[in-house]
Design a protein around this ligand. Sequence first.
Ligand code: AMP
Ligand code: MG
Length: 485
Amino acid sequence: MSLVPPSLTLGNRFATELPELSVPWQAQKAPEPRLLLLNEPLSAELGLDPAWLRSPDGNRLLVGELLPPDATPVAQGYAGHQFGGFVPRLGDGRALLLGEVRNTDGQLLDLHLKGSGRTPFARGGDGLAAVGPMLREYVISEAMHALGIPTTRALAVVATGATVRRESLLPGAVLARVASSHLRVGSFQYARASGDLALLRRLADLAISRHHPAAAGADRPALALFEAVVAAQADLVAQWMLVGFVHGVMNTDNMTISGETIDYGPCAFLDAFDPATVFSSIDETGRYAYGNQPVVAQWNLARLAEALLPLLDDDEEQAIPIAVEALNGFSERYDTAWSTGMRAKLGLPAAADDVVAPLVEELLGLLHAGHVDHTSAFRSLSSAARGDTEPARSLFLDLAAIDSWLARWREVGPDADAMDRVNPVYVPRNHLVEQALTAGTEGDLAPVERLLEVLARPFDQRPGLEAYAEPAPEHFGAYRTFCGT
Ligand code: AMP
Ligand code: MG
């Protein structure tokens, strides 16, 4: 008989407190589970023995087949605006919330599977995921975590032994991921659309209790919740912008209430700095382009405000101005987070705004005009601050302009060591991610493991890893990513 370790308990708070928002469901049986990647530090944080997770029974847990007897796995229901159009019923078409676990710090986290088979929310989908995209979510989410950006975490990728039909036949996989929760803007839209205000209130209560507990004591807890989500998302998107991350599919179902980055589909990091950068093959109008992300985040938060309106005031006429005022707080919060981050990137944490703002604007203009690699450019500045301007100069076309900029910036006295702690050397370079995923799909996991090792310490420049710091070679061309895979 197979047993899960007694240390593993899976809570069912979401399933029992909000039964209207989910359907109890089981994972599809994986014909031949085989562990591809395991996040040992994260396993330990969850109190799970990595050696057990590597065992056949452990693998069966990671594909949802072997669960504690009282577990209540569910597919969550949610709605969402996809590329601006409202879809009232999306939900976990190929995912399951196995339950809630406590980490060693006592924090309650969701243990969730993606690629675990069709659910009642699957619509036309097959409920499956291919190895490549699941490795991709693992790599990018762990890179984001190492960069200090709030994100869901990847616990494991297990190949299922099943074949997935996409443009070609591909090996299938399940990703086990961990998040503060999977509550989304779309969860609130779904509860609101049900017309059941008591349900909406219970959802808000759960969100407050799990993510923004200070809101519970406010005069209007739902307003305090909304303000907390606005602040968390403003801070999050500022961090994306500072590091050059393009999420790619910022639908309201892919925006969390916790402020964690979620659902890594067609995401990628900038090479050349350009606000118009789009990687996703389905984003034809550039709605989710790099430079649009703050505006889109605020648009999504307006949809959250609409869903919350009945909780803000019994009288809708009163509720609307309250919501609008809170939503307007986004811009200031975002601007502060972004400019504080930019100061840190330029090594000028204490300089006056009227000194830093023009320097930032001019630098971004030079990066854009010269198609300069975003990550390399910021990292090269610490050498310049130490007196060696060559690494920076070699990246720019307009030498007179960059020389003049460097001279004015150095006069303000940038702190090179502090810059090296915030400007990464290593980000998931698109061409390296693609190479590693192709090898992984063919059964060779060494490149993905190596990439993960490099990305786990993004600020720590190490000899021998030069290739991981380089932008894509010219022949790599314009990068396109595909979602829904
Ligand atoms: P995503 O783009 O991964 O955030 O997914 C958007 C919606 O499509 C969610 O409701 C997913 O559950 C659903 N979905 C994506 N791919 C599949 C699939 N292969 N089978 C079933 N549902 C899917
Ligand atoms: Mg999604």
